[in-house]
Design a protein around this ligand. Structure first.
Ligand SMILES: [Zn+2]
Length: 88
């Protein structure tokens, strides 16, 4: 994948959100970064959907640490959320 810009402050769009999604889900972003994230989520249904997907996946994976997450379950969760998103 190409990164078109390296300028942190200028990138507030989907590309940046997707890049930091995992950190956001794990609450590893700074307060400022989280704010930018929340703002973007409010205006971008696509990233909101990606975020929900990541959150669900994270829960599945965390649970899997105790129970052995079946790979199939993870894929089913992804497929279900993707199809929900596709209905728009
Ligand atoms: Zn977006």
């Amino acid at each position: 994948m190409n990164r078109k810009s390296q300028n942190d402050e200028a990138i507030t769009g989907c590309e940046r959100v997707r890049a930091q999604l995992e950190e956001y889900v794990h609450a590893e972003l700074t307060a400022d970064e989280t704010k930018v994230f929340d703002e973007h989520m409010r205006t971008c249904p696509e990233c909101t959907s990606e975020h929900q997907l990541s959150r669900v996946l994270t829960e599945v994976i965390v649970r899997g640490c105790r129970e052995e997450a079946p790979e199939g379950l993870k894929l089913r969760v992804v497929a279900r959320l993707r199809s929900l998103h596709a209905e728009h």
